[in-house]
Design a protein around this ligand. Structure first.
Ligand code: BV8
Length: 228
């Protein structure tokens, strides 16, 4: 059985990573859409760097939860027949043991050089304008996809959705495109669709089945069912 799992901020909430809807989508009083755009970076690079430097530093204090671990267990059994597509820029899927993970919106622990286009694993701050390890220019930016930018690996994701027998959405409000449209695309390709979320998401009505509750309970129970 070929399975595609889409995850959002809700799967990391119980690990202590705030969701976007927490604090009503505000960061220090800024609407997230205000600091997560190329325009904001051009206008106030130090503010945007602080937004990501703080979130990157906070990763050291959080750990994967049973929902991340359950998906890694599922991957052990399904291998290439499972693809995890996450909107999250944290590294909790990988630290939970998952290997086949697409970060549609980028990663906090990665830096992208706007000068030479190279990417680098990055755990420190970017706010003090470090030089690019390859070209030396001070052109490093957070390797994340901002609003108005093209998500990463869309071809790989659409190909997997096109082959999927089952599409499962975990911990996402379904407020951001193109991820919010994946359920419709997968269903159109003949996949069964399941939502696992704390509360009904914006697109809950689009799923064949929806189960509501904390991911740390719903996801291990769903994986046990599937593997049984
Ligand atoms: C693009 C990285 C073209 C940075 C992010 C008008 C109409 C429609 C679309 C648009 C429009 N205007 C603009 C657009 C496009 C725009 C968009 O969708 N805007 C929205 C706001 C309307 N999209 C884009 O710009 C995208 N690019 O469209 O390019 C294109 C398209 C297709 C193909 C080629 C090109 C780029 C979007 C990416 C932006 N970057 N993140 C960063 O992280 O700072 S988006 C960011 O916000 C996240 O990555 C995520 O995607 C989104 C947040 O959503 P969630 O993860 O779902 O989190 P949220 O807090 O909302 O919800 C959490 C859910 O979990 C809740 O339902 C809650 O109940 C649940 N939950 C909570 N606790 C638990 C739980 N569930 C289970 N257990 C729990 N314990």
């Amino acid at each position: 059985m070929k399975v595609v799992v889409l995850t959002g901020a809700g799967i990391s909430a119980e690990s202590g990573v705030p969701t976007f809807r927490d604090a009503d989508g505000l960061w220090h009083g800024h609407r997230v859409e205000e600091v997560a755009t190329p325009e904001a970076f051009a206008r106030q690079p130090s503010l945007v760097h602080r937004f990501y430097d703080e979130r990157r530093a906070a990763l050291a204090a959080v750990a994967p939860n049973p929902a991340h671990a359950a998906l890694a267990r599922l991957e052990d059994r399904l291998g290439d027949d499972l693809l995890v597509v996450t909107q999250n820029i944290d590294d909790l899927h990988e630290r939970g043991g998952s290997r086949r993970v697409v970060h549609l919106h980028g990663q906090l622990r990665s830096a992208l050089c706007r000068g030479c286009g190279e990417r680098f694993p990055w755990h420190d701050a970017l706010g003090d304008g470090p030089a690019c390890p390859r070209c030396g220019r001070r052109e490093l930016r957070p390797d994340v996809v901002w609003f108005g930018e093209i998500p990463y690996d869309m071809d790989r994701v659409l190909a997997a959705l096109g082959r999927a027998d089952l599409f499962v959405s975990i911990g996402t409000s379904g407020a951001v495109q193109p991820a919010a449209g994946f359920v419709g695309y997968a269903a159109g390709q003949g996949a069964r669709t399941l939502e696992l979320n704390l509360v009904p998401s914006h697109g809950s009505h689009l799923f064949d089945e929806a189960r509501h509750g904390p991911a740390s309970e719903l996801v291990p129970a769903w994986v046990d069912d599937l593997l049984r």
